[in-house]
Design a protein around this ligand. Structure first.
Ligand SMILES: *Cc1c(COP(=O)(O)O)cnc(C)c1O
Length: 400
């Protein structure tokens, strides 16, 4: 059998070991940082939490940061802080991880999906504006793949209607919009430290904000809604006294997680540099391939490149996206799909969302494949991905 026979038809795969689509990069300095905290007095609610918060706040240029046990918990905190209640409407994108929309449901809110822009794949500012009603209580955008949303236009829409603007920037640590870092552009911005994200804390999340009221609410919310702040206590004559003043959760990050996150935070820029170099190689290799639409970049933004999403021109291919996906997997390339539109999930279907709601998001979902992209990838790994894509697409290309 020839070298070029696809692995899916029994040929030799492009590589022997499976390459994941994303994974962490932990070194001995990270391990030492965690070990140091493990041997200290505080495993949780200790001093490392604030160090990590300060580090991220400084990095993104925000006044405050509040660490949480996960990005999802952090986003739930943001929904609480803006006061989402039963039947309030919150506008968000369908092209995201389900957690973005789920946190609206946690507060009893109604999720209003606004379609994406077919070029940037980010929520469309016009579609946001079209969905605003007197019941709209927040907008939650997602910087999909790390490309900042149009913060200027969305900020203007939010201000015009006096609606809080929350940014799910789980993909966008280190990204910038008009020279400003994501993290200081919305009223609250969420980052995630899951292992596939830019830096990891094992699990973990954070909200950055310039707003002291939100800051206070977020801190209470992650700790059962409890405060010990003497100035805010109704009864304050007892030194041991504390009050639970709002319905909170145990969403605290441990100091072990914070130590890992803090150590990893020293590498944000070096990790970004690697991600951007890999993207340049992909773009260079795929620029002349008719069957691929390269990721589009909005002018004056700098993506943090969490994901490399390859859009297929399916009319120029003899195979479906699923067949191409499977063929790449058989070449041992850990491809993925981002995302199944949130309202396709059975739970959202039960809530009454209909397919066809956001046609651009649905079309993208049919035609995209996410390629591996993470800082620890070697040049050889990158070459393997390119070789596998070329091998599979040339096999299935429609002859001109
Ligand atoms: C990862 C992710 C989340 C959830 O973050 P966790 O830390 O895993 O809870 C939310 N939204 C988006 C877009 C994400 O990628």
């Amino acid at each position: 059998m020839s070298e070029r026979t696809l692995a899916i038809y029994g040929g030799k795969p492009v590589r022997e070991s499976y390459l994941p689509y994303g994974t962490q990069w932990i070194d001995s300095s990270d391990a030492q940082a965690v070990l140091k905290v493990l041997k200290s007095d505080y495993l949780t609610t200790g001093p490392t939490i604030e160090l990590f918060e300060q580090k991220i706040a400084d990095y993104v240029g925000a006044k405050y940061a509040v660490a949480f046990s996960s990005g999802t918990a952090a986003l739930h905190g943001a929904c609480f802080a803006v006061g989402i209640q039963h039947n309030d409407q919150v506008i968000t994108t369908p092209l995201t991880f389900a957690a973005t929309a789920n946190t609206i449901l946690y507060q009893g809110g109604n999720v209003i999906f606004a379609d994406v822009d077919p070029n940037t794949y980010n929520i469309s500012p016009q579609k946001i504006e079209a969905e605003i009603t007197e019941n709209t209580k927040a907008i939650i955008t997602v910087d999909f793949t790390g490309q900042p949303v149009d913060y200027g236009r969305i900020r203007a829409i939010a201000d015009k209607h006096s609606i809080p603007f929350i940014s799910d920037a789980a993909h966008a640590l280190g990204a910038s919009y008009h020279k400003q870092k994501v993290g200081s552009l919305a009223d609250m911005t969420m980052f995630s430290f899951h292992p596939v994200k830019h830096i990891t804390a094992g699990e973990g999340g954070m909200i950055t904000t310039d707003n002291p009221v939100y800051y206070q609410k977020l801190r209470d919310f992650r700790n059962h809604g409890i405060t010990r702040d003497q100035k805010r206590l109704a009864v304050s004559d007892q030194p041991w006294y504390y009050e639970m003043q709002s319905p909170g959760f145990n969403y605290r990050m441990t100091d072990l997680q914070a130590a890992l996150g803090l150590s990893q935070a020293n590498k944000i820029d070096s990790f970004l540099k690697k991600r951007r170099a890999i993207v340049l190689k992909y773009n260079e290799a795929f620029r002349e391939v008719d069957q691929i639409t390269l990721p589009y970049q909005l002018a004056d933004t700098n993506s943090s490149w969490h994901l490399y999403v390859m859009q297929l021109q399916l009319d120029k291919l003899k195979a479906t996206r699923t067949e191409i996906f499977q063929a790449l997997q058989k070449e041992n390339i850990g491809v993925n799909v981002h995302y199944i539109p949130v309202y396709f999930h059975p739970y959202y279907q039960q809530l009454g969302y209909q397919k066809g709601l956001c046609p651009h998001a649905e079309t993208l979902y049919q035609a995209t494949i996410t390629l591996p992209l993470f800082p620890k990838m070697t040049d050889e790994d990158v070459d393997d991905v390119i070789a596998a894509v070329m091998k599979v697409l040339s096999h299935y290309e429609v002859p001109l």
